[in-house]
Design a protein around this ligand. Sequence first.
Ligand code: SF4
Length: 472
Amino acid sequence: MTPEEAATRIDRKARLQIPPQPMPKLPPEERVRGWMESYLPLAPEVAKLEALRCIQCPAAPCMDACPVHNDIPGAFLKLEAGDILGGAAVFQETSNLPDMCGRLCPQERLCEGSCVVGKKNLPVAIGRLEAFLADYAAEHGGLPVCAGADSGKRVAVIGAGPAGLVVAEELRKLGHAVTVYDAWPQPGGVLLYGIPNFKMDKAVLDRKIAALTTLGVSFRMGVEVGRDVSIDDLFGQGYHAVFLGHGAGKGVRIGVPGEDLPGVMSATEFLVRGNLPPQMLPESMRAPLDPGRRVVVIGGGDTSMDCVRTAVRLRTDEVLCVYRRTESEMPGRAEERKNAKEEGVQFHFLANPLRFEAAEDGSVGRVICQRMELGEADAQGRRRPVGVEGSDFAIEADTVIIAAGYDGDDLITSTAGIETHGRSLVVVDQNGATGRAGVFAGGDNVNGADLVVTAMASARQAVPAIHAYLCS
Ligand code: SF4
């Protein structure tokens, strides 16, 4: 009998009696003093016990709920039997970024939200265990990933974020030469420039970029496709196919007076300048960031939580999140709101900015808001916020951050004759092919701003069609 077979013989009842294992986390007062990851690593014995809480149900609804259908019970069976590298290898079969997804996925509405154990108790801590397995493997030499035999075909990947990195790795495994282009100075896209260190240490990304470089992926950074080089130029340089994975990183403007005042900035600019040293930024963003004492963040998603949690680490006195609905309609993770509250962030629900007013020095000084109430449900079933007449009030602010969502950027597509729709999103077929021969796309620039795991799923979906095109 293999250790795995022996492990499945552990009775379900016995598994259900194992209590949820404590998941170590820095206390808030320590978190706000620095940029360390809020969650601390798991000890192997704790991880094994937590994996034993998985009852190995044959239907495994957690796998269906995971966008890349990771074999979660299969990985945990190996982990509980002590085969940690084997468990990590199971995740690697379906995921290029398990250490990142384990940290960043909103597991409560994906795998953990479907976990059967979670019906009567806390669900199995799938995300933490996935990150544990991937971290352990990386710290013990990494799992083998081999480049395929040279196909003689070259692919240009546009965008060094999650979708681009995933496609680059998969195409190298198939033997194609891959060069990744990105306008930012360093690779990683949102993983570097959008995710703060307290959610994911940059070392996790660094080791991925190092592994891709070892695999033979080339990076051409600081090149803006559509401005510095066109898709036609790339085909002219001998590339056989192009993958568009440039994401959806253009911050949405909310269209109220005063939005262009100094001190009002996009979430991207604030996160980039707040979280990274100047040498990692483009020239235009290297000025020191001084948000002043009072910071107001407009928006209720995960990006706004990243902004408020960054702001409390920048020696501010008051950080306030303004959201136009109530907390229960907030689209971001409850876990992130809890972290933000623990760190001293204040919330102002049912309020919407009407305009931003300047202080005496000409930079933003006040946000004039209107109180809201919830009206009829919209097409998605969310109740619409409706302004209450005569309820305007002012909030003092030294910096205002707009975290109201992201659109695609049509610079690349408009200069390449690629069809887009809606918020500058690329039109593709079910295989990720655009209307232009040899040009494929996937990730947020196709589906709209979403999760790292959904960008990975979309990118992986395009790989067979790119491979077939190159081999035809
Ligand atoms: Fe869960 Fe995300 Fe990991 Fe899938 S990738 S198992 S959804 S944490």
